[in-house]
Design a protein around this ligand. Structure first.
Ligand SMILES: Cc1ncc(C[n+]2csc(CCO)c2C)c(N)n1
Length: 221
């Protein structure tokens, strides 16, 4: 079993809880409270700005030009394709661009994005990948699962979200990150591999907290 498959297995109970989270389930059923979705869109936009910075740091830390170019492509596609989904949703849901870019980040958004930036800055390229891999990989799994529900991809509000994340383009990003991490981990000792595992599990837990925060629209008060 590859290193990343082992990570996936170790985080399985957390990933199951993510898949089963009411926010995710209700997107699939088309019953999610639209206010919770609007709240999520705003927080996720802020999160994606910071996530993009991690791709930029990946390009900076890349050991060769090919890896550098791939990180730079993903930086570009996140800022344009993924974030333009948020911008078009925002427009339709009555959220202005200013509101989207200058929303107040919630405690969970701050904690998760600061954790990603911190690990990416202070760590190796393997640590940088371990911190962002659960985001790319778990959304791809969730998108594909929800797309199997009849009618879910055609839902007036949530269909587009499902269509976006079930796309093979996102699966390809996750696969590329897995391949890179498997290569880098193969030359690491047990202690260093355990560090990667801790990072991967922590990000997986933050994914859960992000669903939870969005479902309850929690903020400082
Ligand atoms: C909290 C949160 N976690 C993961 C994603 C999904 N995601 C973030 S970056 C990326 C790959 C490159 O665009 C993917 C799939 C999200 N939107 N919000």
């Amino acid at each position: 079993m590859s290193f990343t498959q082992q990570l996936r297995q170790k985080a399985d109970s957390i990933w199951k809880a993510n898949h089963e989270h009411p926010f995710v389930q209700e997107i699939g059923a088309g019953t999610l409270d639209l206010e919770a979705f609007k709240y999520y869109m705003k927080q996720d936009y802020l999160y994606l700005i910071e996530y993009s910075r991690v791709f930029a740091l990946g390009a900076f830390k890349a050991p060769d030009l090919e890896t550098m170019a791939t990180f730079s492509t993903y930086l570009q596609s996140t800022l344009t394709e993924e974030m333009s989904l948020h911008r078009s949703y925002a427009k339709r849901l009555g959220i202005t661009e200013d509101e989207l870019e200058h929303a107040q980040p919630s405690p969970t958004t701050i904690a998760y994005s600061s954790y990603m930036i911190s690990e990416a800055q202070k760590g190796s390229l393997a640590q940088l990948i371990a911190v962002i891999l659960p985001c790319a990989w778990s959304y791809s799994e969730i998108g594909k699962k929800l797309a199997e529900i009849p009618g879910a991809s055609e839902h007036a509000h949530y269909g587009e979200w499902i269509q976006m994340y079930q796309d093979d383009e996102f699966a390809a990003i996750a696969e590329w990150l897995c391949t890179k991490l498997d290569q880098l981990a193969s030359s690491l000792n047990d202690r260093e591999q355990e560090q990667l595992e801790t990072i991967f599990i922590t990000s997986s837990r933050f994914e859960y907290l992000f669903w939870e925060m969005s479902y309850h629209q929690t903020n400082w008060e």
